[in-house]
Write a protein that binds this ligand. Sequence first.
Ligand code: NAD
Length: 318
Amino acid sequence: MLNRVNRVAVIGTGFVGSSYAFALLNQGITEELVLIDVNKDKAEGDAMDLNHGLPFAPSRTKIWFGSYADCQNADVVVITAGANQKPGETRLDLVEKNTRIFKGIVEEIMESGFDGIIIVATNPVDILTYAVWKFSGLPKNRVIGSGTILDTARFRFLLGDYFDVDTRNVHAYIIGEHGDTELPVWSHADIAGTTISEWTKNKQGYHQKDLDEIFVNVRDAAYQIIERKGATFYGIAMGLVRLTKAILENENSVLTVSAYLEGEYGHNDIFIGVPAVVNRNGIREVVQLDLSKGEQEKFNHSVQVLKKTMEPVLFNND
Ligand code: NAD
């Protein structure tokens, strides 16, 4: 173990994977970065290209185009491989295709002797995180989906923009499925410790319909971006870097990730987006928000939709 350094392996160097590698390098988060893809030329080309940026990077990162054997000493494996959403396709449409791809990928990762943390970003992310947990046999705390990390970021950005306050001072969560049934937790949204209704009290120009529209724009952001440029990748790439940093630096940071529920929020045996404390061991604990009645009902619906979608697919793959 002497001289061990942090190693991250990325499986799938498409739009999301390569943007993640680029952001990781620019923030100097890991000493080693392995790129793996079924399209070897793409991964090799990315490794070459990223290496040429090293003289401008904040710290040294060893980057190479690798194979699954390199996962053996990886601390974190990030899976961004698989099919992405085509215009008009929902994330849930991808379930069968990507579950099949994931079975092969996870088998190869585990055959290497890997014993770290797996982050999943491929959609439908909540279902594929469950699949990785099942296929890998890893403890539940060491399998983390990107969940609603990006949706929460979009929410905080749009609220900060609307109220003209730094987005980092806006604390508000999107929970549930990373997809059409996700929900905003308005009951716990605050700006610098002040609830939204307190913030808007006695101020002109703020309307409930604008807040409702903000959530719709969060929920539908992927569709809007895919319509314009075919895929979304920078936002999720930065979210994945944030998550990787929270793990490698043992931060105990609260992030909305896809975590396994065992009674929290009244549900069991599902990975779904909730706030959770993340550190070097993965998910330390799920943060339980005291949801309003309406929020709890929407969350229950999100759980039901996920379970209904995954049952026929996942339980055939055991
Ligand atoms: P992409 O098509 O650009 O990249 C996918 C990559 O996976 C390709 O390079 C492909 O060669 C590789 N791949 C396919 N099968 C593989 C296998 N068996 N082994 C190794 N590599 C394999 O797609 P993208 O735009 O990068 O999106 C990737 C995934 O991320 C999609 O499922 C997309 O929906 C998802 N995504 C998630 C979020 C989120 O918030 N979680 C946001 C954006 C995109």
